[in-house]
Ligand binder design. Structure first.
Ligand SMILES: [Zn+2]
Length: 303
């Protein structure tokens, strides 16, 4: 296995400066909206318009063509152009199709992948958090889309992100543990994952989830990378962990339909035979498995 961090994560490639300090500067925001270099990304139900020739790219419109709606400041590029998101019905654009992160998150270039990830996360948060959790009053958008404020009690509410750990567990023979979750297709396998609980560290969450799901103790829990997963509001935190000995796997039938150890040769053979479908390249799971495998898995889509 290679050491070091994960090198490429589909949804962690954004290139813009988020200029968070400018979000409360109404004069700066108005100036950016008036600048003809500014571009607006329209989002509807987790999708934006994408064109595929000559390469997959988001459809971005100048402010003059943008629909009405709250303007969420997404950032500024190296040339000084600002980017905003607006939630609205997607317009008809010749040659463009609506697409979400699952379809194009790994295909888009770095800037556009980051823009779509950011805007999809904000759209979900705004749509799911319209009312004050303290008093139930409808909140108002502030800070260029990154805060909601209650007009009744003044409380501020920030976008929520749910941390989830995902871990590549190896045994003493450097085999990896792959499991099938409930409701997954029969041939689908991935590594273990779960949400962090209140009052728990990330390392504790890794150990607890592995114990709950397959009944194994782990050691050497090491962080190797993260990517946002706004489907709808997670942050995936990738780890490696090791287990000693050859204690039997005890899958929790509520969470795991079956689990097994794989050598590299066994994984390759299972994929080649059509018996196993590994996670797709959008996921941090695939990148963790490839880091261990030492390269791309068989049958993985190429870009
Ligand atoms: Zn309130």
């Amino acid at each position: 296995m290679t050491d070091g961090p994960l090198e490429w994560l589909a949804l962690a490639r954004g290139t813009l400066d988020r200029v968070a300090l400018n979000r409360r500067d109404d004069g700066w925001i108005a100036g950016a909206w008036a600048d003809p270099r500014t571009r607006v990304l329209i989002v509807q139900d987790g999708c934006a318009l994408v064109t595929y020739e000559p390469a997959p790219a988001l459809v971005l419109v100048p402010p003059a063509q943008a629909p009405d709606g709250d303007r969420w400041l997404l950032g500024v590029d190296e040339g000084g152009a600002a980017y905003f998101g607006v939630a609205a019905a997607l317009p008809a654009v010749e040659g463009a199709e609506p697409a979400g992160l699952r379809q194009v998150g790994a295909l888009l270039a770095d800037r556009d992948s980051g823009l779509l990830t950011h805007v999809v996360a904000l759209e979900h948060w705004h749509s799911a958090n319209r009312f004050c959790p303290r008093c139930g009053t409808e909140t108002k958008v502030a800070s260029a889309g990154h805060v909601r404020v209650c007009p009744a009690d003044g409380s501020q509410h920030f976008p929520r992100v749910d941390p989830a750990v995902i871990m590549l567990v190896t045994d003493a023979a450097d085999r990896i543990l792959l499991a099938r979750g409930p409701r997954w297709p029969a041939d689908r396998r991935s590594i273990l994952a779960g949400f962090v609980e209140p009052g728990e560290s990330l390392e504790q969450a890794v150990a607890r989830e592995v114990d709950e799901e397959v009944g194994l103790p782990v050691r050497d829990v090491r962080y190797v990378g993260s990517q946002p997963w706004p489907l709808p509001q997670s942050l995936m935190l990738g780890f490696t962990a090791t287990t000693d000995g050859d204690a039997p796997l005890r899958p929790d039938p509520e969470e795991i339909l079956d689990a097994a150890w794989y050598t590299r040769d066994e994984l390759r053979a299972a994929i080649d035979a059509g018996d196993l479908v590994a996670p797709g390249p959008l996921s941090i799971a695939a990148q963790l498995i490839m880091r261990w495998y030492g390269g791309e898995l068989p049958n993985m889509p190429h870009f």
